[in-house]
Design a protein around this ligand. Structure first.
Ligand SMILES: Nc1ncnc2c1ncn2[C@@H]1O[C@H](COP(=O)(O)OP(=O)(O)OP(=O)(O)O)[C@@H](O)[C@H]1O
Length: 216
């Protein structure tokens, strides 16, 4: 199989620049269910790299190189056609919707009936250990439960790959361990390539994949 038709996510000679300065360069292939961890000092361009891959790079930056997903060059596609599943430090749940509403909102439009949409959301909640919480107000959840809902919402959107921007950094140590185990289990189950940005060595170890240090 020619290399660029392989499954997974290929970052081909990707360079992120600001003004005339190169912030970081990456050339790497992330296979299905593999994680590439990006570590580096604050301001080294890690979040900006995720924005380039996801298709939402701010116009102040220069992004070069190709992003190839499942053999398809997605570099020129707008964000909504790249289907990145993104998790940030904050779960960013919609406060005016129930937990289930947050998930139903993220479902692909191809799931059309109300009954099927509800069934899919309930199953996604089960997958992250939150069965039965469909009707809950997200504001009443603990930090760990919110992180689980955010994960379920990303997974139910049927993303092509995951971009994780320090998603565990606000959780205390025990919770951090639980949530990241769940994230990597689910990424592995769904065969998604993952790019993880973190400052934390234990996140990198838990991810078990390749680690790139940038800005060193
Ligand atoms: N919209 C913007 N316009 C100009 N410069 C920006 C903009 N957003 C961020 N920057 C700068 O670009 C650089 C890269 O930012 P980025 O957020 O990607 O770094 P990071 O490695 O993710 O940092 P951290 O680890 O602190 O999250 C930083 O120097 C930042 O100050």
């Amino acid at each position: 199989m020619p290399e660029n038709s392989s499954p997974g996510l290929r970052l081909e000679k990707v360079r992120i620049g600001l003004n005339s300065r190169t912030l970081l360069s990456v050339d790497h292939h992330v296979g299905p269910a593999d994680t590439l961890t990006i570590m580096g000092p604050s301001g080294s361009g890690k979040s900006t790299l995720l924005a380039y891959i996801g298709g939402f790079l701010d116009q102040d930056f220069v992004g070069e190189g190709r992003v190839i997903c499942g053999g398809r060059d997605i570099t020129i596609l707008p964000a909504q056609e790249r289907h990145a599943g993104i998790l940030f430090q904050d779960p960013l749940l919609f406060p005016h919707m129930s937990v289930g509403g947050n998930l139903v909102f993220a479902l692909p439009a191809s799931v059309t009936t109300v009954r099927e949409r509800r069934t899919r959301a309930e199953a996604a909640l089960e997958d992250v250990g939150l069965g039965g919480l469909f009707d809950r107000d997200p504001e009443t959840l603990s930090g760990g439960q919110k992180a689980r809902v955010a994960l379920a919402r990303v997974l139910i959107s049927e993303p092509n790959f995951l971009l994780l921007d320090e998603p565990f950094s606000k959780l205390d140590m025990q919770l951090r361990d639980q949530i990241r185990t769940l994230v990597f289990e689910q990424a592995s189950r769904t065969r998604l390539p993952v790019i993880l940005v973190t400052h934390d060595e234990s996140d990198a170890r838990a991810a078990r994949g390749d680690v790139i240090e940038v800005g060193a």
